[in-house]
Write a protein that binds this ligand. Structure first.
Ligand code: PLP
Length: 356
């Protein structure tokens, strides 16, 4: 079967097989990674290798900390202002869809936010041009969502602003090379291109640490996490280990340059199939289409059920769109092979033909 789930998403087959082989007895130590002390030499080795592999993949500069946290990307919606937004300061946010809106709603509880631009007037079908943004003077940071997982709207460019950029990369991280030095902070829930849900990766420039509000919970404080190598409390050890397997798998695939080529082809094939048909449609401005999440509708809503049933019968799983927007959505993260896209395109064409 091929899994097009938006998250938790498909993991590389080879990673699952390795995890299975090591599940009860990790490297002959007689115990599972799940049963190891997080302070043990073995686990610290696993943790450090995972971090180093991630650093290698993204070429993360030395003046950035990599934190392995818990609570999902949603916890970051609060942690970001609690850590980066001081009294009397304002933070700019760009509203491009459901996830950026959630970040704004939660962030407003902890400080003054300015929504500098919104894609709402364009029905969230296009990224607002930067020339139209109403930026604040001396903003503490600018938050944006490079890829809206539900809407399928993606920035093909990195904003140029004076304030540190804070980016929710949950559904686009590791899909292609990235210039980390352009960002103050990058964060991502793991359950798409990284590993099991719950684990949350934060990549933060060191000069942004140590500014937390007094009310910031200890567990939410980036400085505390950095000072304790992400082990202030018991970290999600198994998720960290499994993510490490994904990082080394990705390196073995040729790293982000190689995965970019693959991902480029996958999305091109799928959008071409949609655009060349009279049954399927995707409303997003072509330049702003997501590589990882491809939503599409059928010309007649009544065809959705038979389309999904036929897909499932062929092992094409989880194509139903998000409950808030309906339609279909194919998430084609790193672990979804090109053969899955080929099979989906073939099925879409066959289904369209059947409809006459
Ligand atoms: N941000 C984006 C872009 C997402 O796609 C998601 C989840 O799908 C989240 C945030 C929320 O992540 P979590 O469920 O890890 O809190």
């Amino acid at each position: 079967a091929f899994n097009f789930c938006a998250g938790p998403a498909a993991l590389p087959e080879a990673v699952l097989q390795q995890a299975q082989a090591e599940l009860a007895d990790w490297q002959g130590k007689g115990l599972s990674v799940m049963e190891m002390s997080h302070r043990s030499e073995e686990f610290v080795g696993i943790a450090q290798k995972a971090e180093q592999d991630l650093r290698d993949l993204l070429a993360i500069p030395a003046n950035y900390k990599v934190l392995f946290l818990q609570g999902g990307a949603s916890s970051q919606f609060a942690m970001i202002p609690l850590n980066l937004l001081g009294a009397g300061q304002v933070a700019d946010y760009i509203d491009t869809g459901i996830w950026s809106k959630k970040a704004i709603e939660e962030g407003q509880r902890y400080g003054q936010l300015n929504v500098a631009a919104s894609a709402k007037a364009d029905k969230y079908f296009a990224i607002p041009e930067q020339a139209s943004w109403q930026l604040s003077k001396d903003a503490a940071y600018l938050h944006y969502t490079p890829n809206e997982t539900i809407g399928g709207l993606e920035f093909g460019w990195i904003p140029e602003v004076d304030a540190p950029l804070v980016a929710d990369m949950s559904s686009t991280i590791l899909s292609r090379p990235l210039d980390v030095s352009r960002f103050g902070m990058i964060y991502a829930g793991a359950q798409k291109n990284i590993g099991p849900a719950g684990l949350t990766i934060v990549i933060i420039r060191e000069d942004l640490l140590g500014k937390a509000q007094a009310a910031c919970p200890t567990m939410f404080n980036y400085q505390v996490a950095a000072d304790n190598e992400s082990m202030f409390n018991t970290p999600p050890t198994f998720a960290w280990y499994l993510s490490g397997l994904v990082f080394s798998w990705l390196k073995a695939q040729g790293g982000l340059t190689a995965i970019e080529q693959l991902n480029r082809r996958k999305q091109e094939k799928l959008y071409a199939a949609i655009d060349n048909s009279s049954l399927y449609a995707n409303p997003i401005a072509v330049a702003d289409r997501s590589w990882m999440n491809v939503p599409f509708t059928l010309a007649d809503e009544r065809l959705e059920k038979p389309f999904l049933a036929g897909a499932e019968a062929r092992g094409l799983l989880n194509l139903k769109g998000h409950r808030s927007v309906g339609g279909m959505r194919a998430s084609i993260y790193n672990a979804v092979p090109e053969a899955a896209v080929d099979a989906l395109v073939a099925y879409m064409q066959e289904f369209e033909k059947e409809q006459g």
